[in-house]
Design a protein around this ligand. Structure first.
Ligand code: HEM
Length: 457
Protein backbone atom coordinates (compact mmCIF):
# COMPACT_ATOMS: atom_id res chain seq x y z
CA UNK A 1 0.00 0.00 0.00
CA UNK A 2 1.40 3.44 -0.87
CA UNK A 3 1.40 6.00 1.91
CA UNK A 4 -0.41 9.29 1.31
CA UNK A 5 2.25 12.02 1.22
CA UNK A 6 2.23 14.47 4.12
CA UNK A 7 1.59 18.19 3.65
CA UNK A 8 4.70 20.42 3.72
CA UNK A 9 6.55 21.01 6.98
CA UNK A 10 9.85 22.88 7.35
CA UNK A 11 12.89 20.77 8.04
CA UNK A 12 13.96 21.50 11.61
CA UNK A 13 17.50 22.63 12.34
CA UNK A 14 20.13 20.31 13.81
CA UNK A 15 19.86 19.80 17.55
CA UNK A 16 23.06 21.67 18.36
CA UNK A 17 24.08 24.87 16.56
CA UNK A 18 26.17 27.86 17.55
CA UNK A 19 24.48 30.92 19.02
CA UNK A 20 25.33 32.99 15.96
CA UNK A 21 23.87 30.38 13.64
CA UNK A 22 20.74 30.15 15.80
CA UNK A 23 20.20 33.91 15.66
CA UNK A 24 20.73 33.88 11.90
CA UNK A 25 18.25 31.04 11.41
CA UNK A 26 15.87 32.67 13.83
CA UNK A 27 15.75 35.90 11.92
CA UNK A 28 15.25 34.12 8.63
CA UNK A 29 12.38 31.96 9.82
CA UNK A 30 11.50 30.89 13.35
CA UNK A 31 9.84 27.68 12.23
CA UNK A 32 12.88 26.05 10.66
CA UNK A 33 15.13 27.61 13.32
CA UNK A 34 13.75 25.22 15.94
CA UNK A 35 15.05 21.69 16.59
CA UNK A 36 12.84 18.62 15.97
CA UNK A 37 12.79 17.72 19.66
CA UNK A 38 10.32 20.56 20.31
CA UNK A 39 7.61 18.45 18.68
CA UNK A 40 8.04 15.99 21.53
CA UNK A 41 9.07 18.21 24.45
CA UNK A 42 6.67 19.44 27.15
CA UNK A 43 8.88 22.41 27.76
CA UNK A 44 12.14 23.82 26.43
CA UNK A 45 14.47 26.43 27.83
CA UNK A 46 16.49 28.75 25.59
CA UNK A 47 19.26 30.51 27.40
CA UNK A 48 21.55 32.84 25.49
CA UNK A 49 23.53 35.84 26.68
CA UNK A 50 20.71 38.04 25.35
CA UNK A 51 17.50 36.35 26.24
CA UNK A 52 16.07 33.68 28.42
CA UNK A 53 12.90 32.06 27.23
CA UNK A 54 10.75 29.05 27.90
CA UNK A 55 8.58 27.36 25.33
CA UNK A 56 5.60 25.66 26.93
CA UNK A 57 3.98 22.74 25.11
CA UNK A 58 2.49 21.10 28.18
CA UNK A 59 -1.28 21.80 27.95
CA UNK A 60 -1.34 22.47 31.70
CA UNK A 61 1.27 25.21 31.36
CA UNK A 62 -0.53 26.70 28.38
CA UNK A 63 -3.68 26.73 30.48
CA UNK A 64 -1.84 28.36 33.38
CA UNK A 65 -0.37 31.16 31.26
CA UNK A 66 -3.37 31.93 29.05
CA UNK A 67 -6.39 30.98 31.16
CA UNK A 68 -5.68 30.64 34.85
CA UNK A 69 -3.26 33.48 35.60
CA UNK A 70 -3.02 35.64 32.46
CA UNK A 71 -2.37 38.82 34.46
CA UNK A 72 0.88 37.31 35.71
CA UNK A 73 2.02 36.78 32.10
CA UNK A 74 1.38 40.08 30.28
CA UNK A 75 2.54 40.97 26.78
CA UNK A 76 6.02 42.39 26.88
CA UNK A 77 7.17 45.89 25.90
CA UNK A 78 9.19 44.39 23.09
CA UNK A 79 6.01 43.44 21.30
CA UNK A 80 4.90 47.03 21.56
CA UNK A 81 8.24 48.26 20.19
CA UNK A 82 7.88 46.09 17.11
CA UNK A 83 4.37 47.14 16.24
CA UNK A 84 3.86 50.62 17.71
CA UNK A 85 4.39 52.70 14.54
CA UNK A 86 1.41 51.04 12.93
CA UNK A 87 -0.73 50.06 15.89
CA UNK A 88 -0.28 52.94 18.35
CA UNK A 89 -2.07 52.00 21.55
CA UNK A 90 -4.28 49.29 20.16
CA UNK A 91 -5.89 46.44 22.08
CA UNK A 92 -3.36 43.95 20.68
CA UNK A 93 -0.46 45.51 22.55
CA UNK A 94 -1.91 47.10 25.68
CA UNK A 95 -2.09 45.46 29.11
CA UNK A 96 -3.90 46.02 32.41
CA UNK A 97 -6.77 48.51 32.86
CA UNK A 98 -6.24 50.18 29.44
CA UNK A 99 -6.61 46.80 27.71
CA UNK A 100 -9.58 45.81 29.90
CA UNK A 101 -11.46 48.95 28.94
CA UNK A 102 -10.71 48.46 25.25
CA UNK A 103 -12.03 44.89 25.30
CA UNK A 104 -15.20 45.94 27.14
CA UNK A 105 -15.99 48.30 24.27
CA UNK A 106 -14.88 46.05 21.40
CA UNK A 107 -16.21 42.63 22.42
CA UNK A 108 -19.95 43.35 22.04
CA UNK A 109 -19.40 44.15 18.35
CA UNK A 110 -18.28 40.57 17.72
CA UNK A 111 -20.97 38.76 19.70
CA UNK A 112 -23.30 36.23 18.04
CA UNK A 113 -26.14 38.58 17.12
CA UNK A 114 -23.82 41.11 15.52
CA UNK A 115 -22.11 38.38 13.58
CA UNK A 116 -25.42 37.52 12.03
CA UNK A 117 -25.69 41.14 10.89
CA UNK A 118 -22.26 41.01 9.22
CA UNK A 119 -23.20 37.98 7.11
CA UNK A 120 -24.48 39.92 4.05
CA UNK A 121 -21.14 41.77 3.83
CA UNK A 122 -19.20 38.49 4.11
CA UNK A 123 -21.41 37.00 1.44
CA UNK A 124 -20.83 39.92 -0.93
CA UNK A 125 -17.07 39.70 -0.39
CA UNK A 126 -17.17 35.94 -1.12
CA UNK A 127 -19.11 36.48 -4.35
CA UNK A 128 -16.59 39.16 -5.42
CA UNK A 129 -13.69 36.85 -4.59
CA UNK A 130 -15.13 34.05 -6.76
CA UNK A 131 -15.69 36.54 -9.60
CA UNK A 132 -12.09 37.79 -9.40
CA UNK A 133 -10.82 34.22 -9.40
CA UNK A 134 -13.08 33.30 -12.32
CA UNK A 135 -11.14 35.76 -14.45
CA UNK A 136 -7.97 33.82 -13.60
CA UNK A 137 -9.36 30.29 -13.77
CA UNK A 138 -7.61 29.32 -16.98
CA UNK A 139 -5.32 26.65 -15.57
CA UNK A 140 -2.37 29.07 -15.34
CA UNK A 141 -0.52 29.46 -12.00
CA UNK A 142 -2.13 31.89 -9.54
CA UNK A 143 -0.38 33.09 -6.39
CA UNK A 144 -3.30 32.47 -4.09
CA UNK A 145 -2.10 34.36 -0.98
CA UNK A 146 -2.39 37.63 -2.88
CA UNK A 147 -5.97 36.69 -3.77
CA UNK A 148 -6.94 35.61 -0.26
CA UNK A 149 -5.36 38.78 1.21
CA UNK A 150 -7.44 40.85 -1.18
CA UNK A 151 -10.58 38.93 -0.23
CA UNK A 152 -9.93 39.13 3.53
CA UNK A 153 -9.21 42.87 3.34
CA UNK A 154 -12.47 43.24 1.42
CA UNK A 155 -14.34 41.47 4.24
CA UNK A 156 -12.82 43.79 6.83
CA UNK A 157 -13.70 47.00 4.98
CA UNK A 158 -17.21 45.81 4.16
CA UNK A 159 -18.02 44.65 7.69
CA UNK A 160 -16.33 47.53 9.51
CA UNK A 161 -17.09 50.48 7.25
CA UNK A 162 -19.67 49.19 4.74
CA UNK A 163 -17.28 49.86 1.85
CA UNK A 164 -15.80 47.36 -0.61
CA UNK A 165 -12.09 47.10 -1.25
CA UNK A 166 -12.63 48.99 -4.53
CA UNK A 167 -13.39 52.14 -2.50
CA UNK A 168 -10.54 54.62 -3.04
CA UNK A 169 -9.54 54.94 0.64
CA UNK A 170 -9.86 51.19 1.28
CA UNK A 171 -7.76 50.22 -1.70
CA UNK A 172 -5.14 52.87 -0.86
CA UNK A 173 -4.91 51.50 2.70
CA UNK A 174 -4.59 47.95 1.35
CA UNK A 175 -1.78 48.82 -1.06
CA UNK A 176 0.03 50.94 1.55
CA UNK A 177 -0.16 47.97 3.84
CA UNK A 178 1.59 45.80 1.28
CA UNK A 179 4.25 48.45 0.90
CA UNK A 180 4.58 48.56 4.68
CA UNK A 181 5.23 44.83 4.83
CA UNK A 182 7.92 45.17 2.17
CA UNK A 183 9.49 48.14 3.94
CA UNK A 184 9.43 46.42 7.29
CA UNK A 185 10.23 42.75 6.82
CA UNK A 186 10.90 42.62 10.52
CA UNK A 187 7.20 43.11 11.15
CA UNK A 188 7.51 39.39 11.45
CA UNK A 189 7.79 37.24 14.47
CA UNK A 190 11.39 38.25 14.91
CA UNK A 191 10.09 41.56 16.20
CA UNK A 192 7.75 39.80 18.59
CA UNK A 193 10.24 37.39 20.01
CA UNK A 194 12.93 38.11 22.52
CA UNK A 195 15.71 39.41 20.34
CA UNK A 196 18.48 41.23 22.12
CA UNK A 197 17.83 44.92 22.62
CA UNK A 198 20.72 45.91 20.36
CA UNK A 199 19.35 44.13 17.35
CA UNK A 200 17.90 46.73 15.01
CA UNK A 201 14.11 46.80 14.86
CA UNK A 202 14.24 48.19 11.35
CA UNK A 203 11.73 50.93 11.67
CA UNK A 204 13.16 52.23 8.43
CA UNK A 205 12.09 55.56 7.05
CA UNK A 206 9.95 53.75 4.48
CA UNK A 207 8.28 51.70 7.22
CA UNK A 208 7.51 54.82 9.25
CA UNK A 209 6.15 56.55 6.17
CA UNK A 210 3.86 53.68 5.18
CA UNK A 211 2.66 53.24 8.79
CA UNK A 212 1.84 56.97 8.95
CA UNK A 213 0.10 56.82 5.61
CA UNK A 214 -2.05 53.83 6.63
CA UNK A 215 -2.98 55.62 9.84
CA UNK A 216 -3.89 58.78 7.99
CA UNK A 217 -6.18 56.84 5.62
CA UNK A 218 -7.84 55.12 8.59
CA UNK A 219 -8.21 58.52 10.24
CA UNK A 220 -10.17 59.73 7.22
CA UNK A 221 -12.56 56.81 7.60
CA UNK A 222 -13.05 57.16 11.34
CA UNK A 223 -13.44 60.96 11.21
CA UNK A 224 -16.06 60.68 8.50
CA UNK A 225 -17.79 57.96 10.48
CA UNK A 226 -17.85 60.04 13.68
CA UNK A 227 -19.45 62.88 11.71
CA UNK A 228 -22.05 60.48 10.28
CA UNK A 229 -22.82 59.10 13.75
CA UNK A 230 -23.32 62.63 15.05
CA UNK A 231 -25.55 63.46 12.08
CA UNK A 232 -27.57 60.26 12.58
CA UNK A 233 -26.71 58.97 9.11
CA UNK A 234 -24.16 56.24 9.93
CA UNK A 235 -24.67 52.72 8.54
CA UNK A 236 -25.24 49.96 11.06
CA UNK A 237 -21.87 48.20 10.78
CA UNK A 238 -19.04 47.20 13.10
CA UNK A 239 -17.42 50.66 13.15
CA UNK A 240 -20.67 52.33 14.19
CA UNK A 241 -21.27 49.65 16.78
CA UNK A 242 -17.83 50.05 18.33
CA UNK A 243 -17.84 53.85 18.19
CA UNK A 244 -21.27 54.11 19.83
CA UNK A 245 -20.68 51.51 22.54
CA UNK A 246 -20.13 52.99 25.98
CA UNK A 247 -17.80 51.23 28.38
CA UNK A 248 -20.21 49.62 30.87
CA UNK A 249 -17.85 50.50 33.73
CA UNK A 250 -16.89 54.13 33.03
CA UNK A 251 -19.62 55.08 30.55
CA UNK A 252 -17.14 56.66 28.10
CA UNK A 253 -16.66 55.80 24.45
CA UNK A 254 -13.70 55.65 22.06
CA UNK A 255 -12.83 58.99 20.59
CA UNK A 256 -11.76 59.21 16.95
CA UNK A 257 -8.04 58.89 17.75
CA UNK A 258 -8.52 55.77 19.90
CA UNK A 259 -10.63 54.25 17.18
CA UNK A 260 -7.80 54.68 14.66
CA UNK A 261 -5.58 52.41 16.77
CA UNK A 262 -8.31 49.78 16.99
CA UNK A 263 -9.14 49.88 13.28
CA UNK A 264 -5.44 49.45 12.51
CA UNK A 265 -5.37 46.21 14.51
CA UNK A 266 -8.67 44.93 13.11
CA UNK A 267 -7.21 45.45 9.70
CA UNK A 268 -3.86 43.86 10.50
CA UNK A 269 -5.06 41.00 12.76
CA UNK A 270 -8.22 40.43 10.79
CA UNK A 271 -6.96 40.21 7.25
CA UNK A 272 -3.46 38.72 7.38
CA UNK A 273 -4.59 35.81 9.55
CA UNK A 274 -7.77 34.98 7.65
CA UNK A 275 -5.87 35.25 4.36
CA UNK A 276 -3.21 32.82 5.58
CA UNK A 277 -5.76 30.27 6.84
CA UNK A 278 -7.77 30.40 3.61
CA UNK A 279 -4.69 30.12 1.40
CA UNK A 280 -3.44 27.02 3.27
CA UNK A 281 -6.94 25.51 3.21
CA UNK A 282 -6.99 25.89 -0.57
CA UNK A 283 -3.51 24.46 -0.89
CA UNK A 284 -4.49 21.43 1.20
CA UNK A 285 -7.60 20.67 -0.83
CA UNK A 286 -5.45 20.97 -3.96
CA UNK A 287 -3.12 18.32 -2.49
CA UNK A 288 -6.03 16.12 -1.40
CA UNK A 289 -8.60 16.51 -4.21
CA UNK A 290 -11.13 14.10 -2.71
CA UNK A 291 -11.78 16.89 -0.20
CA UNK A 292 -12.58 19.33 -3.00
CA UNK A 293 -15.35 17.08 -4.17
CA UNK A 294 -16.69 16.72 -0.64
CA UNK A 295 -16.67 20.50 -0.16
CA UNK A 296 -18.24 21.20 -3.56
CA UNK A 297 -21.03 18.69 -2.92
CA UNK A 298 -21.68 20.14 0.52
CA UNK A 299 -21.72 23.70 -0.80
CA UNK A 300 -24.16 22.75 -3.57
CA UNK A 301 -26.47 21.14 -1.07
CA UNK A 302 -26.27 23.91 1.55
CA UNK A 303 -25.92 27.16 -0.35
CA UNK A 304 -28.30 26.72 -3.28
CA UNK A 305 -28.88 29.30 -6.01
CA UNK A 306 -30.38 32.12 -3.89
CA UNK A 307 -28.67 34.50 -1.52
CA UNK A 308 -28.52 32.43 1.64
CA UNK A 309 -29.09 33.22 5.27
CA UNK A 310 -26.52 33.22 8.08
CA UNK A 311 -27.66 29.79 9.30
CA UNK A 312 -25.86 28.10 6.37
CA UNK A 313 -22.60 28.69 8.19
CA UNK A 314 -23.47 26.00 10.73
CA UNK A 315 -24.33 23.60 7.94
CA UNK A 316 -20.97 23.93 6.15
CA UNK A 317 -19.54 21.21 8.38
CA UNK A 318 -16.98 19.76 5.98
CA UNK A 319 -15.71 23.22 5.06
CA UNK A 320 -15.36 24.04 8.73
CA UNK A 321 -13.48 20.79 9.38
CA UNK A 322 -11.03 21.53 6.53
CA UNK A 323 -10.52 25.12 7.69
CA UNK A 324 -9.93 23.91 11.25
CA UNK A 325 -7.46 21.27 10.13
CA UNK A 326 -5.64 23.84 7.98
CA UNK A 327 -5.26 26.07 11.04
CA UNK A 328 -3.99 23.10 13.03
CA UNK A 329 -1.25 22.38 10.51
CA UNK A 330 -0.57 26.03 9.63
CA UNK A 331 -1.73 28.16 12.58
CA UNK A 332 -1.77 31.72 11.18
CA UNK A 333 -0.26 33.01 14.45
CA UNK A 334 2.41 30.37 15.05
CA UNK A 335 3.79 31.66 18.36
CA UNK A 336 2.77 34.05 21.13
CA UNK A 337 5.06 35.59 23.69
CA UNK A 338 4.38 36.63 27.25
CA UNK A 339 6.63 37.80 30.08
CA UNK A 340 6.78 36.28 33.58
CA UNK A 341 5.91 39.11 35.97
CA UNK A 342 7.30 37.26 38.98
CA UNK A 343 9.49 34.19 39.57
CA UNK A 344 7.65 30.98 38.65
CA UNK A 345 8.15 27.25 38.79
CA UNK A 346 7.24 25.37 35.59
CA UNK A 347 7.43 21.57 35.71
CA UNK A 348 9.81 21.84 38.68
CA UNK A 349 12.09 24.23 36.85
CA UNK A 350 12.63 27.76 38.15
CA UNK A 351 11.55 30.49 35.73
CA UNK A 352 13.01 33.87 36.66
CA UNK A 353 11.07 37.12 36.72
CA UNK A 354 11.18 38.79 33.31
CA UNK A 355 11.72 35.54 31.37
CA UNK A 356 9.95 35.27 28.04
CA UNK A 357 7.27 32.62 27.96
CA UNK A 358 6.57 31.32 24.46
CA UNK A 359 3.31 29.57 23.66
CA UNK A 360 3.61 27.90 20.29
CA UNK A 361 0.42 26.85 18.52
CA UNK A 362 2.78 25.61 15.79
CA UNK A 363 4.34 22.99 18.06
CA UNK A 364 1.29 22.29 20.21
CA UNK A 365 -0.81 21.53 17.12
CA UNK A 366 1.75 19.00 15.85
CA UNK A 367 2.83 17.61 19.19
CA UNK A 368 3.79 13.96 18.78
CA UNK A 369 2.73 12.97 22.28
CA UNK A 370 -0.70 14.54 21.97
CA UNK A 371 -2.01 14.12 18.43
CA UNK A 372 -2.40 10.91 16.43
CA UNK A 373 -0.57 11.26 13.07
CA UNK A 374 0.24 14.88 13.89
CA UNK A 375 1.64 15.79 10.48
CA UNK A 376 -1.15 14.21 8.42
CA UNK A 377 -4.02 16.16 6.86
CA UNK A 378 -7.21 14.61 8.20
CA UNK A 379 -10.19 16.93 8.72
CA UNK A 380 -12.20 13.93 9.96
CA UNK A 381 -9.88 13.67 12.97
CA UNK A 382 -12.05 16.09 14.95
CA UNK A 383 -14.78 13.45 15.20
CA UNK A 384 -12.41 10.90 16.79
CA UNK A 385 -11.81 10.65 20.56
CA UNK A 386 -8.19 11.82 20.12
CA UNK A 387 -9.23 14.74 17.92
CA UNK A 388 -11.98 15.79 20.30
CA UNK A 389 -9.66 15.62 23.31
CA UNK A 390 -6.93 17.57 21.53
CA UNK A 391 -9.43 20.18 20.33
CA UNK A 392 -10.05 20.96 23.99
CA UNK A 393 -6.50 20.88 25.28
CA UNK A 394 -4.04 21.31 22.40
CA UNK A 395 -5.71 23.45 19.74
CA UNK A 396 -5.41 27.22 20.12
CA UNK A 397 -5.28 28.97 16.71
CA UNK A 398 -7.18 31.89 18.26
CA UNK A 399 -5.35 31.68 21.59
CA UNK A 400 -7.55 31.17 24.66
CA UNK A 401 -8.41 32.84 27.96
CA UNK A 402 -9.08 36.54 28.41
CA UNK A 403 -6.91 37.60 25.46
CA UNK A 404 -8.57 35.17 23.06
CA UNK A 405 -9.03 36.59 19.57
CA UNK A 406 -12.23 38.67 19.58
CA UNK A 407 -12.59 37.90 15.86
CA UNK A 408 -12.59 34.09 16.28
CA UNK A 409 -16.29 33.51 15.54
CA UNK A 410 -16.10 36.08 12.74
CA UNK A 411 -13.14 34.24 11.17
CA UNK A 412 -14.89 30.86 11.59
CA UNK A 413 -17.82 32.22 9.59
CA UNK A 414 -15.80 34.00 6.91
CA UNK A 415 -13.20 31.26 6.29
CA UNK A 416 -15.45 28.22 5.73
CA UNK A 417 -17.88 30.33 3.69
CA UNK A 418 -15.17 31.50 1.29
CA UNK A 419 -13.63 28.04 1.14
CA UNK A 420 -16.98 26.46 0.28
CA UNK A 421 -17.75 29.07 -2.37
CA UNK A 422 -14.35 28.66 -4.05
CA UNK A 423 -14.49 24.84 -3.93
CA UNK A 424 -17.95 24.97 -5.47
CA UNK A 425 -16.78 27.14 -8.35
CA UNK A 426 -13.36 25.68 -9.28
CA UNK A 427 -11.18 22.63 -9.52
CA UNK A 428 -7.92 23.46 -7.81
CA UNK A 429 -4.54 21.85 -8.45
CA UNK A 430 -1.02 22.40 -7.12
CA UNK A 431 1.53 23.79 -9.62
CA UNK A 432 4.38 21.37 -10.46
CA UNK A 433 7.74 22.71 -9.30
CA UNK A 434 6.12 25.34 -7.04
CA UNK A 435 5.41 23.35 -3.90
CA UNK A 436 4.60 25.59 -0.94
CA UNK A 437 6.79 25.68 2.16
CA UNK A 438 5.58 27.42 5.32
CA UNK A 439 7.62 30.23 6.88
CA UNK A 440 6.63 32.57 9.70
CA UNK A 441 6.29 36.21 8.71
CA UNK A 442 3.75 38.07 10.79
CA UNK A 443 1.59 35.05 9.98
CA UNK A 444 2.48 31.64 8.51
CA UNK A 445 2.95 32.19 4.77
CA UNK A 446 4.38 30.29 1.82
CA UNK A 447 8.14 30.86 1.49
CA UNK A 448 7.75 31.71 -2.21
CA UNK A 449 4.02 32.24 -2.09
CA UNK A 450 1.34 29.58 -2.48
CA UNK A 451 0.75 28.67 -6.11
CA UNK A 452 -2.34 26.95 -7.46
CA UNK A 453 -4.06 26.54 -10.78
CA UNK A 454 -7.81 26.89 -11.08
CA UNK A 455 -10.27 25.74 -13.70
CA UNK A 456 -14.05 26.18 -13.62
CA UNK A 457 -15.96 23.17 -12.29
C1 HEM B 1 -8.20 32.97 10.96
C2 HEM B 1 -8.26 34.19 11.46
C3 HEM B 1 -7.66 34.64 12.77
C4 HEM B 1 -6.75 34.04 13.59
C5 HEM B 1 -6.07 32.67 13.41
C6 HEM B 1 -6.51 34.92 14.71
C7 HEM B 1 -5.65 34.64 15.76
C8 HEM B 1 -5.43 35.47 16.84
C9 HEM B 1 -4.57 35.16 17.96
C10 HEM B 1 -3.76 33.88 18.13
C11 HEM B 1 -4.60 36.22 18.80
C12 HEM B 1 -3.85 36.34 20.13
C13 HEM B 1 -2.46 36.91 19.89
C14 HEM B 1 -1.67 37.05 21.17
O1 HEM B 1 -2.20 36.90 22.26
O2 HEM B 1 -0.47 37.35 21.06
C15 HEM B 1 -5.48 37.21 18.22
C16 HEM B 1 -5.76 38.43 18.79
C17 HEM B 1 -6.56 39.37 18.20
N1 HEM B 1 -7.30 39.23 17.05
FE1 HEM B 1 -7.41 37.59 15.87
N2 HEM B 1 -7.27 36.04 14.55
C18 HEM B 1 -8.00 35.92 13.40
C19 HEM B 1 -8.93 36.82 12.88
C20 HEM B 1 -9.25 38.02 13.47
C21 HEM B 1 -10.27 38.93 12.99
C22 HEM B 1 -11.15 38.67 11.77
C23 HEM B 1 -10.23 40.03 13.81
C24 HEM B 1 -11.06 41.28 13.78
C25 HEM B 1 -11.81 41.68 12.82
C26 HEM B 1 -9.22 39.78 14.82
C27 HEM B 1 -8.88 40.66 15.81
C28 HEM B 1 -7.99 40.40 16.83
C29 HEM B 1 -7.67 41.35 17.89
C30 HEM B 1 -8.23 42.75 18.04
C31 HEM B 1 -6.77 40.70 18.76
C32 HEM B 1 -6.13 41.26 20.04
C33 HEM B 1 -6.91 40.81 21.24
C34 HEM B 1 -6.25 41.12 22.57
O3 HEM B 1 -5.03 41.16 22.67
O4 HEM B 1 -7.02 41.30 23.54
N3 HEM B 1 -8.64 38.56 14.58
N4 HEM B 1 -5.98 36.73 17.04
Amino acid sequence: MTETPLPPKPTPRADKVSLLRYLQLFRRDILSAQPARLYRAWMAEFRTPFFHSYMCNDPELVDLVLQKRPNDFPKSDRIREGLAPLLGNSVFITNGPVWERQRRIIDPAFEGGRLRDTFPAMWDASVSCVERLRARADGQPVEIEAETSHAAADVIFRTLFSIPIENAVASAAFSEFRAHQKAQPIVNLGALLPLPKWMPRFHSRAARRTAASIRSLITQLTTARMAAINAGTAPDDLATKIMTTADPVTGDKFDTAEMVDQVAIFFLAGHETSASALAWSLYLIALYPEWQDRLAAEADAVIGPDIPYFSIINRLKQARAVFREAMRLYPPVPMMVREARCPEKFRDRAVPKGAQVVISPWHLHRHERLWERPDAFDPDRFTTPNGKACLRSAYIPFSTGQRVCPGAAFAMAEGPLMLAMIARAFRIAPVAGREAMPVAHLTVRGKDGIWLSLTPR
